[in-house]
Design a protein around this ligand. Structure first.
Ligand code: GAL
Length: 401
């Protein structure tokens, strides 16, 4: 205290201010971590209906996926009917009563999502929202909708190409204005609704997405249930880590885990990399007929915890050697996740991959946990790591050195 007495007042105030606990900004109300749930498109596409959505909600609960964090049940394209003389959009015969469906999903402790677009038509040529943005947003809120995926589709022909045929820059401005319009309409409803942009990453959406109120934005074209598509998408995420933060996520598209011809190694790698990328985890498989080994992947709590880490920092690509890529993600409390992915079509035994800790900013033996076996694993410099084709080693280091 005697020292303090001799300090000039201004300096004293400075010291006190510096030592005061930092006022933390409140976490965003919507999507503080990447949204998790299920979406109808990847498996059911146009075959989605009221019954299928109820079954998906039931299965999320029965399989333990809800307890693992999968909360949103998202209806994708093909629910839309026609507009009446007042411009009110009605559902088609597959969805007799959207409010009742939303109530059912909510009664399970889940949330419900829906789909539209800024053009006259959706990608499957159903009715979209052009000229009816406020009206549609209000209707979604009245139904109790919690999530909107807004897909560019016919807006390209309807507006961008029509109004600015030879002016790319103006086309992009029109597109951004359309997303802004729906962002504002959703906000005006007063209901917290996750706003998901789907325009395939055009015009570096990650740079302007937050300014139109988006909580996530697709960074690429559509995913398909085959390794090359999954890997192409992983490749396109290099350099995007900076743009992810609580409330605002890069979206490399919905999960194909359990779909198509993906092997179990490929399913594991796909899921691990989406977790590393702080991606929304929207399962897209046939939940009532899910195989146990697929469920085990989708409900791996340790991997989900990487995705949902509250710091919200997306992994960045660190280096590759031969056909093995290494990605690193910073986690809350100074922990780190490392993914080592064999993207080649052979087991890498002829040219074994050797771990280079210095390239990851690490020094000395690192005590890690393998998140797919649950076993402890010490990582040492130059250690050889052998992985089957398209398989992954995903580890968490609690206290990196
Ligand atoms: C695509 C979109 C898909 C799906 C589909 C529905 O544009 O990327 O995820 O929503 O439209 O028609």
């Amino acid at each position: 205290m005697r020292v303090l007495k001799h300090l000039p007042l201004a300096l004293l105030i400075l010291i006190l201010v510096a030592q005061a606990p930092k006022a933390r900004s409140a976490p965003p109300q919507v999507a503080p971590t990447p949204p998790m749930g299920w979406n109808s498109w990847n498996y059911f596409a146009e075959r989605v209906d009221d019954k299928g959505i109820r079954a998906a909600a039931d299965q999320l609960v029965a399989t333990g996926m809800k307890d693992a964090g999968y909360i949103y049940v998202n209806i994708d394209d093909t629910w839309e009917g026609k507009r009446d003389e007042n411009g009110v959009l009605h559902t088609n015969e597959k969805f007799p009563d959207m409010k009742a469906l939303a109530d059912y999903v909510h009664s399970k402790g889940l949330k419900i999502g829906i789909y539209s677009g800024p053009g006259t038509k959706t990608c499957a040529r159903y009715e979209a929202s052009l000229g009816h943005e406020e009206q549609d947003a209000k209707m979604y809120a009245d139904w109790g909708i919690d999530y909107l995926k807004y897909d560019l589709c016919s807006f390209r022909q309807d507006v961008m190409q029509k109004q600015a045929p030879n002016d790319k820059a103006e086309q992009m401005r029109l597109m951004i204005a359309a997303y802004d319009k729906m962002g504002k309409a959703l906000k005006a409803t007063g209901r917290p609704i996750v706003y998901s942009l789907c325009q395939y990453g055009w015009d570096n959406v990650w740079e302007w997405g937050p300014s139109v109120g988006a909580n996530l934005w697709r960074t690429t074209g559509d995913i398909e249930a085959r390794w090359q598509s999954v890997y192409d998408i992983i490749n396109q995420q290099k350099g995007l880590a900076l743009y992810a933060a609580p409330g605002h996520w890069n979206d490399p598209d919905m999960l194909e885990v359990g779909n198509g011809r993906l092997s179990m190694a490929e399913n594991r790698s796909h899921f691990s990399m989406w977790a590393m990328l702080a991606a929304p985890l929207l399962a897209g498989n046939d939940l009532p007929n899910m195989k146990p080994e697929v469920k085990a992947i989708l409900t791996n709590r340790d991997v989900i915890a990487i995705d949902q880490d509250p710091l919200g920092k997306q992994a960045h690509y660190a280096y590759s050697s031969g056909e093995v890529e290494v990605w690193v993600r910073d986690l809350q409390g100074g922990a780190r996740a490392i993914a080592i992915l064999n993207v080649g079509s052979d087991v890498n035994e002829t040219h074994p991959f050797r771990l280079d800790l210095a390239k990851l900013g690490l020094h000395g033996t690192e005590h890690a946990v393998d998140l797919w076996t649950g076993k402890k694993l010490d990582l040492t410099d130059n250690m050889p790591i052998q992985l089957a084709s398209h398989d992954i080693l995903l580890v968490r280091i609690a206290e990196p050195k």
